[in-house]
Design a protein around this ligand. Structure first.
Ligand SMILES: [Mg+2]
Length: 229
């Protein structure tokens, strides 16, 4: 008999390629501003963005400040003053278009859906995530989609998982598995919630944290063995 009945899937860089979506959204934004996006500028953006999200996680600034200032801060470094709120709005509309699948993701989900209850657990903006999931064809293959913005909490917070557990059919926690690429949100969150975890680590990054996943996979199809499919 199979051990797991309910599977919780992360979206970004687990099922959908966020790096690809982010890269093309940035390129389109720069095109619109009649500027060329160089690797240096892209890396600079990533540093600024990451720094702001870290300040958000520390509780220093709110989410709106992160997204509405990241572009004005970036362009300021190149001597250009821009409307950060407007650029964020445009960037978001480009980002919504990005729905490139991680290799093997659609086949995996199609194969699993008849044998497991599948749910999405994702941190992000609801409208963006729904649109990307819809356009990728993943949307209808899941029983329900839980986006942090709608729950009021985010992974790894226990409250996020409490919200999810209250809305799905009761199964014992031993029968649940979360699959995601982030040690700090998916795997830590799963641990805090008391369920087994599977770290999707395609680049085989070393784990320099004290967070220990139940399983680690490099390719999505390795899940078949874990799930006894
Ligand atoms: Mg992810």
């Amino acid at each position: 008999m199979k051990k797991y009945k309910t599977l919780l899937f992360d979206v970004d860089d687990t099922l959908l390629d966020f790096a690809a979506a982010e890269g093309s959204a940035l390129r389109m934004l720069f095109e619109e501003q009649q500027l060329t996006l160089t690797t240096e500028i892209e890396n600079n953006y990533k540093n600024i963005n990451q720094g702001l999200w870290e300040r958000f996680e520390e509780g220093e600034i709110d989410r709106d400040e992160v997204v509405n200032t990241r572009f004005s801060l970036l362009f300021k470094e190149y001597g250009k003053e821009v409307d950060g709120v407007l650029l964020e709005k445009n960037y978001r509309s480009y980002l919504e278009e990005g729905h490139e699948l991680i290799e093997g993701a659609l086949e995996l989900i199609k194969k699993l859906r008849g044998q497991f209850d599948l749910y999405i657990v994702t941190n992000g903006v609801s409208k963006t995530q729904y649109k990307r999931l819809h356009n990728s064809g993943l949307h209808t293959l899941f029983k329900e989609i839980f986006v942090s913005e709608d729950t009021g909490y985010q992974k790894p917070m226990k409250e996020f998982f409490d919200y999810v557990f209250a809305r799905i059919p009761t199964v014992s926690k031993e029968e649940m598995l979360i699959i995601g690429d982030s040690l700090s949100s998916d795997i830590k969150g799963g641990q805090w919630a008391g369920i087994d975890t599977c770290w999707f680590n395609p680049k085989m990054k070393p784990n320099n944290t004290s967070i220990v996943p139940t399983f680690q996979i490099q390719k999505l199809e390795e899940l078949y063995k874990i799930l006894e499919v």
